[in-house]
Design a protein around this ligand. Sequence first.
Ligand code: NAP
Length: 277
Amino acid sequence: MRKTKLPSGLAVPVLGQGTWYMGDEAHRRADEIASLRLGLDLGMTLIDTAEMYGDGASEKLVGAAIAGRRDEVFLVSKVLPSNASRSGTIAACERSLRRLGTDCIDLYLLHWRGRTPFAETIAAFEALQDAGKIRHWGVSNMDVDDMREIERAPGGDAMATNQVLYNLTRRGIEYDLLPQAQDRGLPLMAYSPIEQGRLTEYPEVLDIADRHGVTPAQVALAWVLRQDGVIAIPKASTPEHVRENRAALDLQLTAEDLEELDDMFPPPDGPEPLEMI
Ligand code: NAP
């Protein structure tokens, strides 16, 4: 598994597993747990969840999937902005830890910007680090100006990542947010890398996939993973999808493929507000 480094120097896999909507339906539970465990077997040991997903159901499912295998996993979860006060962040983290069945989250993110000043949430993250309840902290859905503000806040330079929407159909970050992060050695975590499955429906992507004997989802993932400093966290709840996604790391897109994809999904030619799903 290819890895990238967090600013702390810790190496994490560039391909992880998302879990939004996992744990919502009892009849899918066994397949979802088996998929996450297969992903671990294949080296996709970074698992992303959030207190928001299914109102805790996703964290509970992840807890069941990683039971007995906690040491293999780089576990990411998120605090809601409505909980992101100093005491609220600590209480939310403790609830997440109980659902996840662990005593430490590897990377704890502020899910998006709310009303609480960044300095207050960062102080809570630092208290959680001191207590050994989280190892690293980061943010999600932060645009260029938010990132500058966080970096200027006390302790803000310890931020480990920004998790943002990035895929072939959402390339706005290539203009400024991505180069800004790359300059600082800060990996970005690309969420919805297959555009929630919609990228499998473009005939142009299918043509390129056919040329390589792979699937459109694999082209979409290989495209996100073509550059350093980007971590992709596709969500897959079947073993076939998990295996395909892992194999996307071995797919090398050619210059011709990339040109065709640029024609179909042009890169930004100016600043664009960060999109969110
Ligand atoms: P995604 O990963 O782009 O797409 C997931 C969809 O694609 C699912 O329907 C999945 O189906 C399907 N899929 C997965 N692998 C496939 C394959 N090889 N071939 C065909 N279809 C495939 O979208 P996402 O779940 O929105 O994003 C990924 C993760 O990012 C989330 O789960 C969550 O952890 C995180 N996220 C974070 C934020 C944030 O605000 N920070 C926002 C959105 C998402 P199956 O489930 O049937 O396999």
